[in-house]
Design a protein around this ligand. Structure first.
Ligand code: AMP
Ligand code: MG
Length: 487
């Protein structure tokens, strides 16, 4: 039996009723072709390690999937600070929730499956370019150990769509723990449907935070959980230098997962005001703003829960965001620096480090790999007297906890990536894909980013990966590059 007939669809979301979605089959496409397929994501829902023609027919939406009840979700959300009441899956469809062998449930979602009633006049499609970007971004974050939606495959479709110019189109097969967004709550709150806010909260708890079900104040604790997961996620983004680029409330989920990859980017030369989104002219979603925007977005979620939890109670909860975030962030930075006593001296050391990185235009990711070798190869780090004295302070903090430098290097190299999804690498993969339909670079990057912490000589040989080349700092002409939302 073809493996796709074994998929166990649950369709729990359907039970919420038609106010929550539009039921719709994906639009058929002509001659779908495989751009890239991730075997490790396939394994999450017990799929084979390759996506054959049967896979393409099913996951492009050409053939209905047995047991699936595809639907477009209704949601609203704040975009760049203003509420947009008419969002919803304009081009996405939740095929259903698939139960794997281990009884873990995964949402299977197609992005770019044709217009739905939420499409607002747009074409319901996604560009090949943006689909490859999301595919690589999600696999890179997951490889870094950061919660993220996953990308099973990019399926090219032979259809031209129009953005600033004609573009190739594709469908992204997204696998996620949940597609419930802060904006899903906002939609029912803003349309004065308090009963449905409650039903959604109940659904979210029952299916995604089941351990809270018997809590006497379960909606309050649910909010605390979402707040904690969000703070933890953003602390991880900050530590690794990831900038989401579009932290609208419809792109934040109740499981604290990196969600909806658009014009994202990684910090190269350290610059806290970097925003990868070319439409973000005021830097609302810049690197240094992300923790604050997380707080802002949580406030929007809290507003929808006032009738269920109470305003004073939510105030109490939201006050905890800053200390919770700071705690996670300090731990992340401690791990990056290989230090475990995280006191005032440590905070001062990190602050001074950031200032030096800014002053000397240092490549953020490569800095930590160099530092792991310290005190060996010290010459690569001594940019000036300031850095020299910083290194002495660093050594003092290592010594006060009796650090063994070999052990420290091992620990630091396990959390500081050697390979980062740098703009020029993505750009190269996109150029080959779009100009020559050569997707080998997409595959190479996906394989490399699955475990970005170390060289794997055999694998690198198989995929023709030159470790030095892929770990190099971003070339000058690509520094601080931005992408537009539609690209
Ligand atoms: P996104 O930028 O993917 O987060 O999308 C923001 C909103 O616009 C969501 O409601 C999408 O469903 C919708 N949207 C974006 N592009 C399209 C498109 N080409 N067709 C229909 N809806 C779209
Ligand atoms: Mg979105």
């Amino acid at each position: 039996m073809p493996p796709y007939q074994n998929l166990k669809f649950k369709n729990r979301f359907i039970d919420l009723g038609p106010e929550f979605y539009q039921e719709k089959q994906p639009d058929p496409v002509t001659d779908p072709y495989l751009v890239d397929y991730s075997p490790s994501v396939g394994a999450l829902i017990d799929l084979p390690s390759e996506g054959g023609s049967d896979f393409l027919e099913k996951f492009s939406g050409n053939q209905p999937m047995e047991g699936a009840r595809p639907l477009a979700m209704a949601y609203g959300g704040h975009q760049f600070g203003s509420y947009n009441p008419r969002l919803g899956d304009g081009r996405g469809l939740l095929l259903g929730e698939v139960l794997n062998k281990e009884n873990i449930s995964w949402d299977v979602h197609l992005k770019g499956a044709g217009p739905t009633r939420f499409a607002r006049g747009f074409d319901g499609r996604a560009t090949l370019q943006s689909s490859i970007r999301e595919h690589l971004g999600s696999e890179a974050l997951s490889g870094l150990g950061i919660p993220s939606t996953r990308s099973l495959a990019v399926i090219g479709i032979r259809e031209l769509i129009y953005r600033k110019k004609p573009e190739l189109a594709a469908i992204l097969v997204r696998i996620a723990d949940s597609h419930i967004r802060f904006g899903s709550f906002e939609y029912f709150h803003k349309t004065n449907q308090p009963k449905n806010v409650e039903r959604l909260a109940e659904f979210a708890i029952q299916n995604h935070h089941k351990d809270l079900w018997n809590e006497p104040e379960r909606y309050r604790i649910f909010f605390r959980r979402v707040l904690t997961l969000t703070a933890k996620l953003i602390a991880k983004w900050q530590a690794v230098g990831f900038v989401h680029g579009v932290m609208n409330t419809d792109n934040m989920t109740i499981t604290g997962t990196t969600f909806d990859y658009g014009p994202y980017g990684f910090i190269d030369q350290f610059n806290p005001s970097y925003t990868p989104n070319s439409s973000d002219t005021h830097g609302r979603y810049a690197y240094q703003q992300q923790p604050e925007i997380g707080f802002w977005n949580l406030n929007k979620l809290a507003e929808t829960l006032i009738p269920l939890v109470g305003s004073d109670q939510l105030q109490e909860e939201i006050k905890q965001y800053q200390p919770i975030f700071n705690g996670f962030y300090r731990e992340e930075m401690g791990r990056k620096l290989g230090i475990s006593i995280l006191d005032e001296d440590f905070s001062q050391l990190t602050q001074e480090m950031f200032q030096l990185l800014i002053n000397h235009h240092v490549d953020y990711s490569n800095f930590f790999r160099l530092l792991a070798n310290y005190p060996d190869k010290i010459e690569k780090l001594q940019f000036d007297v300031g850095m020299h004295s910083w290194l002495e302070n660093y050594l003092k903090l290592c010594e006060r906890e009796g650090t063994n430098h070999k052990e420290r290097k091992k620990k630091m190299d396990a959390v500081n990536p050697k390979f980062i999804l740098r703009t020029h690498l993505v750009q190269n993969a996109l150029e080959k894909s779009l100009k020559d339909s050569d997707f080998s670079e997409v595959k190479r990057l996906r394989v490399l980013m699955e475990d970005p912490f170390k060289d794997k000589p055999e694998l690198f040989q198989e995929y023709d990966i030159d470790s030095d080349l892929y770990s190099q700092a971003t070339p000058k002409e690509f520094l601080g590059r931005q992408t537009s939302c539609s690209a």
